[in-house]
Design a protein around this ligand. Structure first.
Ligand SMILES: [Zn+2]
Length: 276
């Protein structure tokens, strides 16, 4: 959440004269727990966002139940040198301006990278049998967003019991072309252009949020990037107060200072948002 990774935490504890944090195993277990908590709070947040979007669409179209929603795609990538290692894509509801779904693509795996030199050894074979790889994207990095958006369209009915029937594109035809070709529903998805879009100021801050949280160090991995995307989505939709829900699931007792910090962050975020 601080964007400093395991090594950063060690340094921070040292500087603050706090006891050394646990070793790699403890760190990994912590990351796993936080991943689990962040993912469930994020899913709840996106579920209520989808309900809100359905209601707003019904209101706008003056019907009881909309046949489908209008969404816009949004994507951001982390780069290390020339390589795009991780891509985050999300779909934002047209009326609510909230994230309805998010997907993280990873073209890089720390462990694979470090075991490369040991290929064809017994140690490698043993490791390879148990390895849970971070890579969930094959092919060119340019296709990361396209694949992620297609995936989110294809799971909309399972996730929110709704179809995304209108796609608001911002000039990048590749994404829409792919959706149209993959034909996720039994009816076609329509591209809408030149209608007033979700305020771009808000999109920008989702980008900021993700890469503020995701560490920019080599210690980063797919799980950490997913946590960053889940937490950023939750804050984007519901403000910093939602971080308290994540802490609650982690069984962290919430003191008054934690609570006040979250409230203050939200107040300053709203006032920054109003300036744009
Ligand atoms: Zn791997």
């Amino acid at each position: 959440m601080l964007g400093i990774g395991g090594q950063g935490i060690k340094k921070f504890c040292g500087l603050m004269d706090l006891p050394k944090p646990g070793g790699q195993t403890t760190y990994d277990a912590l990351v796993k727990n936080i991943h689990c908590a962040a993912s469930s709070v994020c899913e709840n947040s996106m579920k209520s966002a989808a309900k809100e979007e359905i209601n707003l669409t019904a209101e706008a179209d003056n019907i009881e139940k909309p046949r489908g929603l209008t969404v816009s795609g949004y994507a951001t990538r982390s780069k290390k040198g020339l390589f795009s290692l991780y891509g985050v894509a999300s779909l934002i509801g047209y009326h609510s301006g909230k994230v309805l779904d998010v997907a993280v693509k990873s073209a890089y795996c720390n462990e694979c990278e470090s075991m490369k030199t040991k290929a064809n050894t017994a140690e490698y074979e043993e490791w390879n049998r148990r390895h849970q790889c971070d890579v969930n994207h094959e092919g060119s990095a340019d296709k990361m967003e396209v694949d992620a958006v297609r995936e989110m369209f294809s799971r909309s009915q399972e996730l929110h019991d709704v179809k995304y029937l209108n796609y608001v594109g911002d000039g990048d035809c590749k994404i829409f072309k792919d959706i149209a070709e993959s034909n996720p529903y039994d009816e076609s998805v329509i591209k809408r252009e030149c209608i007033e879009r979700v305020p771009s100021g808000k999109n920008e801050s989702l980008d900021d949020l993700i890469w503020q949280i995701a560490p920019k160090t080599n210690f980063s991995n797919a799980k950490i990037n997913e946590i960053a995307a889940f937490v950023a989505t939750t804050i984007f939709n519901d403000g910093h107060r939602s971080l308290l829900d994540i802490l609650r699931i982690l069984n962290v007792s919430i003191g008054p200072r934690t609570h006040d910090m979250c409230v203050e962050e939200d107040v300053s975020r709203v006032s920054i948002g109003n300036v744009d």
